[in-house]
Design a protein around this ligand. Structure first.
Ligand SMILES: [Zn+2]
Length: 149
């Protein structure tokens, strides 16, 4: 997915395309940029109004973490020869250019794809690891049953 600079810098919400506003955190000294339409946000570098990345909703953030958890387990456990190989494989499966595979920027639908692709691969290659990860991140099937392709 390609974003323009205003989205990459947290000035515009990638979903709603409205400008973000500066707000305080409830219990942190730094500020954050918030989309008032959908509630997506991103933290700012301490003492600045400069966003640390792209705005995202809490549910998107947690799906990204889960997608990273499943995918990183593949190369961390050497189910692919290297991290590089794992990313090449994932980009083919996602039908994306390798340079665009940044899970930290994915929308929820893309995260769900990463979870399904990674979990089914792990299940095939290492069922014990699959069970461990399922404990940790939740059942990928139930998490992704709303996903249609
Ligand atoms: Zn928004």
């Amino acid at each position: 997915m390609k974003y323009d600079d205003d989205i990459l810098n947290g000035l515009v919400c990638p979903k709603c395309h409205v400008r973000s506003v500066i707000k305080e955190y409830d219990n942190e000294p730094k500020q954050r940029r918030v989309c008032e339409k959908c509630g997506a946000f991103v933290g700012c570098h301490p003492g600045t109004e400069r966003a640390m990345g792209i705005l995202a909703t809490p549910s998107t953030r947690s799906l990204r973490k889960i997608a990273h958890g499943w995918f990183d387990s593949i190369w961390r456990n050497k189910l692919k020869r290297s991290r590089y190989n794992a990313y090449s494989w994932l980009s083919l499966r996602l039908n994306m250019n390798k340079n665009d595979v940044h899970i930290g920027m994915f929308e929820e639908a893309e995260c769900r794809k990463v979870i399904i692709i990674s979990a089914s691969y792990i299940k095939k290659k290492n069922p014990e690891l699959y069970d461990t990860l399922k404990e940790k991140y939740g059942d990928p099937d139930s998490m992704c049953n709303s996903y249609e392709d």
